[in-house]
Design a protein around this ligand. Sequence first.
Ligand SMILES: Cc1cc2nc3c(=O)[nH]c(=O)nc-3n(C[C@H](O)[C@H](O)[C@H](O)COP(=O)(O)OP(=O)(O)OC[C@H]3O[C@@H](n4cnc5c(N)ncnc54)[C@H](O)[C@@H]3O)c2cc1C
Length: 468
Amino acid sequence: MAKEFDVCVIGSGPGGYVAAIRASQLGFNTAIIEKRHLGGVCLNIGCIPTKALLRSAEVYESIEDAADYGITVNDYEADFEGIIGRSRNVANKMSKGVQFLMKANKIEVFEGKGVFESKEQIKVVNEDDETQEQITADHFIIATGARARELPNIKIDGEMVIDYEKAMQLEEQPEKMVVIGAGAIGVEFAYFYNTIGTEVTLVELEDSLVPVEDKDIGKELGKIYKKKGIDVRTGSTVEQVEENGDGVKVTIKTGDEEEVVEADVVLSAVGVTGNVEGIGLDEIGVEYSKGTITIDKENYRTSVENIYAIGDVAGGPWLAHKASHEGIFCVEKLAGEDPLPINYNNIPGCTYCEPQIASVGYTEEQAKEEGYDIKVGKFPFSASGKATGLGHEEGFVKVVFDEKYGEWLGCHMIGSHVTELIAEAVVARDLETTGHEIISAVHPHPTMSEAVMEAVAEAYGEGVHLGN
Ligand SMILES: Cc1cc2nc3c(=O)[nH]c(=O)nc-3n(C[C@H](O)[C@H](O)[C@H](O)COP(=O)(O)OP(=O)(O)OC[C@H]3O[C@@H](n4cnc5c(N)ncnc54)[C@H](O)[C@@H]3O)c2cc1C
């Protein structure tokens, strides 16, 4: 007999598990179905393990630069197995944390794949497609996430061409790697592998790295990556990957020129596509298009009334915090509450290579396209006492304001640990804070955060530290 619940969530990533906890807090009898590991991509094979790898690279870089700080280190090397092992331990710890939270919130966890049998009932099947359980619920929330997208001419075979999941768990450190795609995932892996000694070629179709970011950010990262020894190929495509003994031959096209680069492995990092297949969506009439479930953003309801979709499977931006916020909003609406709608123009995006990148709102180009007359301010970390003391003078904070009403349209940063600074702009923009309120809010000295205030002061022609 089917088990009955008020809310059943399919998928336990940061969208699904957070939605389930909020549902339980609001009094719903809640179930969650997970076919792989609690915590989803983010905790197990995404955000968290990559940040652990990047931390190892940062430590390695600090040791490499130790002499600059007056410290002699004679002997060091990257223990690749140890680095991967630490990252896996961090991921496993976080996944266990979700297990604890499910228990603490009295959420029943079903291990297996959820497949809809009707609009009111879902079955949980094991790897052999055998039904383990049947669940009925008043409301279903689909949070099945996304997986690596594949280029039509470059198949991910797990050997010559790998995806992010394999790239974070390789058994041996490659000597040479080609990374296709310079979005967040591509540039993070390029930094990680380059730092610990792999020769990295980074290929990007657009004319700058991190193409969704403000153009100045992409240019700055390109300069820094070249200095770090990464072979950066923008305006380029990978045409072909062929077997070459134990490695690969990669044909890279830039303009009309083709060049063959030899490597051990290719990482394909060209975005993600939603997991819409094999869950019975067609059978029950849940509409989707190009790997994204169609939803209304007032409720996150799909084309079927009692079925909702959140997180990566409901479209971009493909970010953990966006997935969690959608989960909370969706469930609060179900409970009859009146949560504030999510402002999709105020979702920060962060990239954790070194230097890090963080941004929110309109880029300079987008603000102009939207028809705003703008004021732009920029403050380089080379003029920051804290950044200089840290030995991280590269990068800057750039802010974009509306000339007419003073709205803070966008904030873009590249520099050491700037991902910790972006929340100021998010909160300020949420509260419709003016530039002068930021300038007059006393920021602590010496901190990297002063650069935000200084950049705003520059936008208003009131900066004191650049000698303009
Ligand atoms: C390498 C990498 C690094 C990233 N770094 C960051 C970062 O630093 N910051 C950030 O914000 N985002 C990052 N992301 C993106 C982030 O991981 C995703 O946006 C986030 O995980 C989406 O959450 P979700 O709940 O929608 O889905 P997921 O986390 O994808 O979870 C979906 C879950 O559903 C399960 N599932 C699928 N189908 C079924 C089914 N039929 N039945 C049962 N279970 C099912 C899957 O097994 C999975 O566990 C990164 C992604 C990658 C790949």
